[in-house]
Design a protein around this ligand. Structure first.
Ligand SMILES: O=C(O)CCC(=O)C(=O)O
Ligand SMILES: [Fe+2]
Length: 442
């Protein structure tokens, strides 16, 4: 679909009589324009953005100051990585067990590497629309997706952001993938801060499943109505993030939303849900969000999520952190179960147009009241497979019906056989004594 044939409702007071949100979300997604394309095609004006991006009035951010950061009672700790080890362990442990976020400086990653990475993400998002649309899809099984909001069909309102997501482990496509060194060291400190062996988290494959999300937050004409990224916690072990010079990331500390201050060259680290569980609640996975960008300059960030790569092993609070005074707060779970619960259930489609193609969707997808989350896991099927597979399935179905009919017939004949045999036996039982009597009476 081209931008000229895309019409999206904008006015919240006069929505089109038959405004169908899911239909408009799908039209927008099928257009493959992304938020940046929407903006460039003039489908969002200085005073309005499409209704699919409007968050419910009670959760809208309201007026946003162009001169943030705002002053709050709290701030996100900045840890100087060149400090002596005991100080580092203390600072990182303290941050991880309170606000769940910290920034590190003097980590040894050259500033130009960070800047180059962010510049590459910006350039990709600013490529001509026809080149970018070729990359736009949300099939997670391919390892790379580019789309507006990974949870576009799951959330109640879309957010003003396009994301390129990549699985970067076990094979790292780019050897200069920045945050690795830091990530390894930081995990070492976090293990030590927990009082467990330095390599403990690494041993549990906590570092090995890595996904990178490169976010692009273009200028939003109505940042008071929508978000760049809604409030969430990260599901994994830790997230390592670099951001450009446009603010927007906020962390919830108590009842306050605290801006993550811009520190040139710093790397932001936050604790994810799995580390909170493994640490038996010593470390905190804290809610954070990104405000829609009110500035002409786009906000760019690159996050690397570290997850255990062993999806079928059991995870839970480390035994050395469980005691009578501090019993286990969580039971053991496998990562597959955990992710399915978080993301939705993997199901295989058997429709004629997508026979055998797997998708991830919320339970009861398509039924009234269900969440509407749907994501193909497998790539699209070729036309020949769409003809051949349903044909084979129909033929299999026919054979199964015939087999069921044959089985029923065999059963009927067996029963009849049994009846006849019983009749034969009965006849013989009557005939033999009769014949014997006749013979004896002779
Ligand atoms: O863009 C950002 O600064 C935050 C990204 C984030 O929180 C995420 O991808 O989970
Ligand atoms: Fe996050």
């Amino acid at each position: 679909m081209s931008s000229s044939s895309l019409t999206l409702t904008s006015d919240p007071h006069h929505p089109h009589q038959d405004y169908d949100r899911l239909k408009e979300v799908k039209q927008f997604d099928d257009s493959k324009l992304g938020v940046k394309g929407l903006l460039d095609s003039g489908l969002a004006s200085s005073s309005s953005i499409p209704l699919i991006f409007h968050h419910p009035p009670d959760s809208q951010p309201g007026p946003i100051s162009h001169t943030r950061p705002t002053h709050t009672h709290h701030s996100i700790p900045i840890v100087d990585f060149s400090a002596p080890k005991p100080i580092l362990t203390d600072q990182i442990t303290r941050a991880a067990s309170t606000v769940g976020f910290f920034q590190i400086t003097n980590h040894g990653i050259p500033l130009h590497v960070i800047q180059r990475t962010l510049a590459a993400v910006k350039s990709f998002n600013e490529l001509p629309a026809d080149i970018k649309t070729a990359h736009y899809h949300r099939e997670m099984g391919r390892g790379v997706t580019f789309s507006t909001n990974v949870d576009l069909y799951q959330s109640k309102a879309a957010s003003w952001r396009d994301t390129l997501q990549m699985r970067v482990s076990p094979v790292l496509p780019n050897p200069s993938d920045i945050p690795e060194v830091v990530r390894e060291e930081v995990l070492g400190f976090l293990s030590e801060g927990l009082g467990v062996e330095e390599g403990r988290l690494k041993e549990m494959t906590c570092l090995e499943g890595r996904t990178m999300a490169a976010h692009y937050y273009p200028y939003c004409p109505r940042p008071d109505l929508t978000y760049g990224l809604t409030s969430h916690t990260d599901p994994g072990v830790v997230t390592v993030l670099v951001q450009n010079e446009v603010v927007g990331l906020q962390v919830k500390v108590g009842e306050e939303w605290v801006d993550v201050e811009l520190v040139e060259g710093a790397v932001v680290i936050n604790i994810g849900d799995i580390l909170q569980i493994i640490s038996n609640d010593e470390y905190k996975s804290v809610e954070h969000r990104v405000l829609a960008n009110p500035l002409q300059e786009p906000r760019v960030s690159v996050a690397v999520f570290c997850n255990p790569s062993n999806r079928d092993g059991l995870f839970g609070p480390l035994p050395e952190l469980v005691s009578q005074e501090k019993p286990a707060r969580y039971r053991q779970f496998t990562l597959s179960d955990y992710m399915q619960r978080k993301e939705g259930k993997m199901t295989t489609s058997w429709t004629d147009s997508n026979p055998g193609r797997r998708f991830i969707g919320c339970e009861r997808y398509g039924q009234p009241g269900a969440c509407g989350y749907f994501n193909w896991f497998d790539p699209p099927m070729c036309d020949r497979a769409k003809v051949v597979i349903p044909g084979l399935l129909r033929s299999l179905g026919r054979h199964e019906t015939e087999k069921t009919r044959d089985d029923a017939e065999i059963k009927r004949l067996r029963n009849m056989n049994n009846v006849l045999f019983a009749a034969l036996v009965a006849t013989w039982c009557l005939f033999v004594p009769c014949a014997l009597m006749v013979w004896l009476n002779k």
